[in-house]
Structures are given as C-alpha cells and as structure tokens.
Write a protein that binds this ligand. Structure first.
Ligand code: PLP
Length: 388
C-alpha cells in the first residue's frame, strides 16, 4: 500500500484526497482490498455502480457488445445508442437524447440547448441561466459558473458569463433573478447532492416549474446524481410532479462506464441541428449496451424495493443517539451526526463499511440492488461508529 501511495502521489495529479485503502476487486455491494479485507460498499463509486460491482446482467451486456465492436464514432448508426435513447424517452415521456460521457458534459449540452432556444425565440441577449446557491453542476469552466458555491470558483476566473444564483426554496428570489435578467433557463437539482443531500421543498419546485412555463423560460433539472432510480423514481423530478424541458444525467446510468445523457423535452427537441453539438465518444456502444441493462431493470416493482430500503435506513437513524437529522430520498441519504462526519466515515472504513460525505454529513448512495441483509449489517456498523 505505501508503495502504491507513493507512486500515485508521484505521478497522478494531486486533485483527490483519497482514503487510505486500495480496492482490487469486488462483487455486488462488497469490495476487497489488497489484503482480502472486505468492505460493504455504501457509496457505489459516488452513485455510479447502480447495480453494484461486477453485476452479472450488466457485465454480460457489456461483454456481448465488446465481442461485436467497441466504437464506431457518431458518423455511423449503432443499435445500443438508439435503443437506449428509446428506453429513456419511453420512461420519461421526453422526446430526444444527446449522449456524452459525464455529468458536466450533459450539463454543458443542456446549457447550449437553452441558449440556442432562447437566442432563436427571444434574442441573443437572453442567455442568463439562473441556478441555486449551494448547487453543484460540474467542474468545467461553464458548469463551475453554474455551480452556486463560491469556494469552487476561486482562482479559476474568469468563468463563463451569464450565470446568476438564487436562494433555494425562495421563490421570490428566483423570480426576481429570472425577471431582472434576460433569462434563458432555470437549472437546479431537486436534491442538492454535493451540497449536503438537501431536497428542495415540493411547493418551491412546483412554483418554479409553473413560473418557468408561464414565462417561456426553460426548466433544466440536473439529475446527474439523483437520476436513474436513485431517489426511488426513474428521475427525481417525478417525485415532485413537474415536467422539465431538459434533464441532464450521468453517474448511475452507465453502471460504471462513462456515459452522460441530456434528455430533451418537446419544446427543445429540435433545437439542435447537425453540427451544433457533438461528442467523439458520446453514445459509445459498449457504454450504451450496459446502460440498457440498467434502465430496463428500473421497473415499478424494483423501485418499490428501493423505497423500502430507503425507509429502513431512515427508520434506523431517525431517533438514534448522536444523529441530528436524516435527509434525502430513496437511496440518496444524508445523515448529520453530532460527531464530525469524516471521523465517523473513517471509523466505518476500519470496520469494513465504505460511506461518503457531503458537506458536514455522512452520505449514503448504496447500489440500488444492495441485499437487505448486507444493508442491515452496514447500518449496524455505522451505528457502532456513531456511538463509539
Ligand atoms: C457529479 C455531478 C455532476 C458532475 O458529473 P461529472 O460526471 O463528474 O462531470 C454534475 N451535477 C451533479 C448534480 C452531480 O452530482
């Protein structure tokens, strides 16, 4: 381990504060390190391995596609790309999908669509996008500008122009910001993930959606973390009874391979024309074949189980000593403990459970199909770590 640590520190860019553990293999919701020590995984690679490590169905879909071809470029038709887009449209009622490789790219695509729509419909000065304070939308210069957290912006100026941040759950503020600027779109996460697993208030989300519709301002919902079954619905906006114009997603959709999607509703389905946008890797057939196996399993029955496991976690921690509050939806859960979250998470790691943090909370994003026994065992260990 110390040799690997040295090599990593010497040659890999210094952007991550890694936990002191080397993961070498895994199956389902269990990882193994270099000493064969087992860890129950409650982070799924930040909500990416939606059906766990080495999931058989996902793996055989990926391997079957690898045996045919791994890449063609977007100059040619491939079946997995078209089929995945069809499944996404069928599950959402949205109209078209653009595929990229990450969440930031999905958001870049959404921002470009919004700007072009508004430029054509209202004029080129209608480029402002209103996002929320404490949001997270990515690390590129434009998605950093969208991200409403100042500490990510420092020393990276100038960022892309045209982003304004409004207070979450303050409809008057968002309305004021949207009307005092020439606004193309409002963009938000229904549950702020990196911001601390904070769901928006249902009434606020509804008001924003109505306001956007009345003013022909596009509503972009960032479902990069919340999407693809994570919150107990296929997409988190479905918990709020709204219809966005654009949905961006990534993380869990690829089951562990890089894939992002920008999903376009009726209003914006034909904004892009050939040449307006593109991606060399986007819609890669191997990634899409794996994603089909993920999306096809997000049935109502399966999502009912996600919600049962969610309830189990909420119930386990709601009145537990040392826990201040539990927030989130589905299997995207934040636990605020009296002890610093980082301390609890490190203790959990020693005891063989991997959790994440978000701001000052423990963040849980287990695989959607984590077996109940495994989840129950992990919850007991977290409780021990909180109590010690
Ligand atoms: C992770 C995340 C992103 C960025 O995704 P990348 O794949 O890292 O580019 C954007 N928005 C939200 C809400 C996220 O959680």
């Amino acid at each position: 381990m110390s040799e690997l640590k040295t090599k990593d520190a010497t040659y890999v860019a210094n952007t991550y504060a890694r936990f002191p553990v080397e993961l070498v293999s895994g199956k389902g919701s269990v990882f193994k390190d270099e000493n064969d020590k087992e860890y129950i995984d409650l982070g799924s690679g930040i909500g990416v391995t939606a059906f766990g490590i080495g999931d058989d169905e996902w793996k055989s879909a990926v391997v079957a596609q690898l045996d045919k071809l791994q890449h063609t470029s977007n100059l040619y038709f491939t079946e997995p790309c078209a089929e995945l887009a069809r499944i996404i449209c069928e599950k959402t009622g949205m109209k078209k999908v653009f595929f990229g490789n990450s969440g930031a790219e999905a958001n870049e695509c959404a921002i470009k669509v919004a700007r072009k729509y508004a430029a054509e419909k209202k004029g080129e000065d209608y480029y402002t996008i209103v996002t929320l304070v404490n949001s997270f939308h990515g690390r590129t210069i434009t998605t950093l500008a969208a991200t409403g957290q100042d500490h990510y912006h420092e020393l990276f100026q100038p960022l892309t122009q045209g982003f304004v941040h409004a207070q979450a759950n303050n409809f008057e503020d968002i309305k004021e910001k949207a009307l005092s600027n020439k606004t193309a779109a409002i963009m938000m996460e229904c549950i702020q993930g990196e911001g601390g697993v904070i769901p928006l208030e249902a009434e606020f989300v509804k008001q924003v959606a109505e306001f956007a519709k009345e003013n022909d301002i596009l509503l972009i919902i960032d479902e990069v973390q919340t999407g693809n079954g994570r919150t107990g619905k296929v997409y988190s906006y479905m918990n709020f009874g709204i219809t966005p114009d654009i949905v961006s997603t990534a993380k869990g959709i690829g089951g562990g391979l890089p894939l992002g999607a920008c999903i376009l509703g009726e209003k914006v389905q034909d904004v892009y024309k050939p040449g307006d946008h593109g991606s060399t890797f986007g819609g890669n057939p191997v990634c899409c074949a794996g994603a089909i196996s993920i999306m096809n399993r997000l049935t109502d029955e399966f999502l009912d189980e996600v919600n049962l496991k969610s309830k189990f976690i909420f119930d386990s921690f709601a009145d537990f000593d040392g826990v201040e509050n539990v927030t989130g939806m589905g299997l995207m859960i934040g636990i605020k403990t009296t002890k610093p979250a980082k301390e609890v998470v490190l203790r959990c790691m020693e005891k063989g459970v991997l959790c994440l943090t978000a701001k000052d909370k423990i963040r849980l994003l287990p695989a959607l199909n984590i077996p109940m026994e495994t989840l129950a065992k992990a919850v007991e260990i977290i409780k021990e770590a909180i109590s010690e």
